[in-house]
Design a binder for this molecule. Structure first.
Ligand SMILES: NC(=O)c1ccc[n+]([C@@H]2O[C@H](COP(=O)([O-])OP(=O)(O)OC[C@H]3O[C@@H](n4cnc5c(N)ncnc54)[C@H](O)[C@@H]3O)[C@@H](O)[C@H]2O)c1
Length: 346
């Protein structure tokens, strides 16, 4: 375990997974510095820690190299989670590259210069692209389908280089899809499970992109947070890349059915055109995680979905504004980069 009092940085700590990681770290008595630009993260995600002297929040952009060098001074451990999301990368790939790839390089440099004891890079299953080997091992033949996936893979490669060069001790954690309390639902940031839940709460059917046979390997978010902490603390994880997933493949159609059952309503899904660059199959091999830590995430999708449904029912209202923001293709409203607008115009 990480010793109480250790100085720990969490980039993206106001985000969905990051805020649960902060909960776990404060829970074991760490001194936590959150670095976040609040582009998708929310202060509300950390509001329950108000007044806790163990938490400091710095509003800063990881693209600001000088600020990262300054903020990491005296810190022992860095969990790097800050990133721009997959749907933004469909319209603004340069911004996504600059934050996810160059921002990661900035942090690695700042961590090395400050002699941080260990750096954990949070990658993503999206580096793999659609699975054609099942389950997907860590040393998969990467074929990312988006600039998001490619930028997360670039971050992995930079992290590996810092490890090989001896500049830093690193761990690469590669979570698969997460879900649970505080997951994004609004606008283009909205993810599938909260959207299905909020539609069900409003008595509306789930809208599925394509046939709904796409699969994901879902992990309940508090489990991911605790496995990230354990990987950071594990001697055996040094220099490793590790999938963090349940190893359980579930289709989007199955999720829609389970959410409808939880709502107690008869909600037949509506199908609309598939999202461009949607990865069709993701299903991870978690045997390395089991080998290193002795176990793997254990909360089943039915248990996790019930918890998530209850959290949303208690905390989020499906107001007309929320429902309007969840319209299909909402990601297409982001202003495309100039070259992409020109390409789209033919
Ligand atoms: N959510 C998932 O299902 C999932 C799956 C696999 C991997 N991941 C990875 O986990 C990490 C966290 O994802 P999440 O779902 O919590 O996303 P999120 O959008 O909720 O969190 C990202 C955080 O980073 C912050 N951020 C973005 N750009 C920044 C910048 N330039 N400087 C400082 N802060 C910045 C955002 O404000 C936000 O708080 C990411 O690295 C992501 O690639 C997530």
């Amino acid at each position: 375990m990480i010793a109480a009092g250790t100085g720990v940085v969490v980039t993206g700590g106001a985000g969905f997974i990051g805020s649960h990681l902060v909960d776990a770290l404060l829970g074991v008595g760490c001194r936590v510095l959150v670095i976040d630009d609040f582009s998708s993260g929310e202060r509300a995600n950390l509001a329950h820690h108000a007044g806790n002297p163990g938490l400091t929040v710095a509003e800063a952009d990881i693209r600001d190299e000088a600020a990262m060098l300054r903020l990491l001074k005296g810190q022992k451990l860095v969990f790097h989670l800050a990133c721009r999301n997959v749907r933004l990368s469909l319209k603004r790939p340069t911004e996504v590259h600059e934050v996810n790839a160059t921002g990661t390089l900035n942090l690695l440099k700042a961590a090395a210069a400050n002699r941080v004891r260990r750096f954990l890079y949070t990658s993503s299953s999206e580096v793999n692209g659609t699975a054609d080997v099942i389950p997907m091992p860590e040393d998969y033949h990467f074929k990312p389908e988006t600039v998001y996936g490619a930028s997360k893979l670039t971050g992995e490669y930079y992290t590996q280089v810092f490890q090989r060069a001896g500049w830093l001790e690193t761990v690469i954690a590669r979570p698969h899809n997460n879900y649970g309390p505080r997951e994004h639902y609004f606008g283009h940031k909205g993810e599938v499970i909260p959207r299905f839940i909020l539609w069900a709460m409003a008595g509306m059917p789930p809208i599925i992109f394509g046939d709904g046979l796409q699969t994901r390997d879902f992990t309940y978010v508090t489990e991911t947070a605790s496995f990230l902490v354990r990987l950071m603390a594990s001697e055996r994880a040094a220099g490793q890349t590790v999938n963090v997933c349940r190893g359980d493949e579930v289709s989007i159609r199955q999720i829609a059915e389970m959410v409808a059952t939880l709502s107690g309503r008869d909600l037949a899904p509506q199908h609309v055109q598939g999202r461009p660059s949607d990865v069709l199959r993701l299903f991870g091999d978690n045997s390395r995680l089991k080998d290193i830590l002795g176990d793997t995430p254990g909360i089943s999708i039915s248990e996790g979905l019930a918890r998530t449904y209850n959290w949303f029912a208690a905390n989020v209202e499906p107001t007309p504004e929320v429902l309007e923001s969840m319209k299909p293709m909402n990601w297409a409203q982001a202003q495309a980069e100039e070259w992409l607008s020109a390409w789209e115009a033919g």
